[in-house]
Design a protein around this ligand. Structure first.
Ligand code: UN1
Length: 506
């Protein structure tokens, strides 16, 4: 079920150019050392300029100077910038989605969905700009008022990954900006074009709303550019999305300078399928969560923990759906699975499949690569005799490991016995099982769902996870608090000076 590609490098380059132009990016630096490639056919479209160390410092400096003004703008006025950004994103939804498909290889519907997620978080942040609430507490002293105030924190450094090249930036930028924090963004070196388009749109929004131009700066490049951002003491919060390996490198460096870190690292997400599950619904949810985005979401479903009594039929039904999945050019109508991001992802996939076989696994379907340019693979289902070492690792490719269980305690123990703790799900119609999965002794993840897959979270909730996932929370709920500093204020409006805890002094 391969759809033949119609794309050739020239049309893709022209398409990228016109989408960039529409978003306001006019002169691309073309003679640099940073390749802007497309996984659609593996070709390099442009060679961009990477930020030099001096440019990184200057960008942080601009943002630090903008902070001095921006923190004094009333929050609802800061919201006006984000409202304008949301309008521009809506206007350029198709352009940005085209760039996401070209650079990340997502199918059009998912690319549009990613841009919609940006628009949604802008709306959320605009509302938030009038709701940065602190509490008032009753003081133990007469004539005293006790309260807290939330103030802007400082420059926020954002490091994002290729798989959500624009939405993760928007989660951070929209919230940071209403909180009064300028943003310096280092996107994945694999997706510089989408980043240039977003930077042009936020610049325009800033100009249209009279915000200081330094509220946003973009840095392009790989590791060393990010490292400068990580180590700069003017960066008050570093919000980093990516691998556990990246988080391990970044977190101690930020901690060493007492900066704040917000980490969104790997996931190894599982779904428990109980005997009472609505299997028609479960199979559809499993296929989207495991094979969607070619298995390249941090929330991708990677482990299925199925009750022994239904394991054969669930594995067979998922495999049957997999065999029907159209893999191919993500721009083609009807295609559901686009390419992997690069050769290295295929190497990781084949090496994980080899290890799974060596650890006793049996391939049920998939794991083949199409003979064409670009990394087009058929998503794999592998039955495993146990949760072996390879199953405990996140391989950023479409591999679904199927394990079995006999009672729910065993399922939950298996579920939680991996280092990562991002997203999780249970498929059951039994209320006791569902509630148990959501309880304190249930799933240990930051996201726990019932009768819905592990991926595709809405922006209204806090997004993130525990353990090796890094503990950060972004996007909705009260995630904004990570982007602000809290001051506790005690005001004495009496003419006495009573000390707390009944202390007498003199
Ligand atoms: C990610 O994969 O880095 O829940 C983010 C989801 C998306 C975000 C995923 N809303 O799948």
């Amino acid at each position: 079920t391969e759809t033949p590609t119609t794309a050739t490098p020239a049309p893709l380059r022209a398409r990228a150019e016109s989408a960039l132009h529409a978003c306001g990016v006019d002169d691309l630096p073309r003679d640099g050392d940073l390749p802007a490639a497309t996984p659609i056919d593996g070709s390099v479209l442009f060679r961009l300029h990477s930020s030099t160390p001096d440019e990184v410092d200057a960008a942080i400096d601009d943002a630090a100077q903008a902070f001095a003004q921006w923190r004094q703008a009333p929050a609802p006025r800061r919201g006006a910038l984000v409202r304008r950004l949301g309008e521009l994103l809506a206007e350029h939804k198709a352009d940005l989605a085209t760039l996401v498909t070209i650079e990340a290889g997502k199918i059009t519907s998912e690319s549009l969905g990613e841009v919609q997620e940006m628009i949604d978080v802008c709306e959320f942040a605009v509302g938030l700009s009038r709701q940065l609430y602190g509490r008032t507490m009753t003081s133990e002293r007469p004539g005293h008022r006790l309260m807290e105030t939330w103030h802007p924190l400082g420059v926020v450094g954002v490091i994002s990954a290729f798989n959500f090249p624009v939405a993760v930036w928007a989660w951070n930028a929209a919230v940071a900006l209403v909180c009064g924090d300028p943003v310096v963004w280092k996107p994945s070196e694999l997706t510089p074009l989408t980043a240039l388009a977003c930077d042009a749109l936020i610049r325009r929004a800033a100009a249209d709303t009279g915000a200081p131009d330094g509220v946003h700066r973009l840095l392009l490049g790989s590791g060393p550019v990010g490292e400068r951002l990580v180590d700069d003491p003017r960066v008050a919060l570093l919000s980093a999305t990516g691998s556990v390996r990246m988080g391990r490198a970044v977190a101690p460096r930020v901690a060493a300078r007492f900066g704040r870190c917000l980490l969104e690292l790997g996931g190894n997400n599982a779904a428990v399928v109980a005997p009472s599950a609505d299997l028609d619904l479960a199979v559809r949810a499993i296929v989207f969560a495991a094979a969607g985005t070619a298995g390249q979401r941090c929330t991708t479903l990677r482990r299925l923990i199925v009750h022994t009594s239904i394991a054969d039929s669930v594995a067979e039904r998922v495999a049957a759906a997999y065999r029907q999945l159209p893999v191919g050019d993500p721009f083609d109508d009807g295609v559901l699975v686009g390419p992997l991001i690069r050769e290295r992802a295929w190497e990781a996939m084949t090496s994980a499949l080899d290890r799974a076989r060596a650890e006793g696994g049996a391939l049920v379907c998939g794991g083949d690569r199409a003979d064409r340019s670009g990394v087009y693979v058929s998503p794999a289902v592998v039955r495993m005799p146990a949760q072996t070492p390879v199953v405990c690792e996140e391989t950023f490719a479409p591999i679904l490991y199927v394990l079995t269980y006999d009672d729910l305690d065993e399922a939950i123990a298996l579920h939680n016995a991996v280092p990562q703790g991002l997203s999780s799900a249970i498929f059951t119609l039994d209320q006791r099982e569902a509630e148990r999965f959501l309880a304190a002794d249930g799933s240990d993840c930051g996201i726990a769902n019932v009768n819905i897959g592990t991926s595709g979270a809405e922006i209204g909730g806090a997004f993130g996870g525990e353990k090796h996932t890094g503990g950060g929370r972004e996007s909705g709920s009260d995630s904004w608090k990570a982007y602000m500093r809290r001051a506790t204020n005690t005001v004495n409006y009496s003419d006495q000076l009573p000390l707390a805890q009944g202390v007498r002094f003199g």
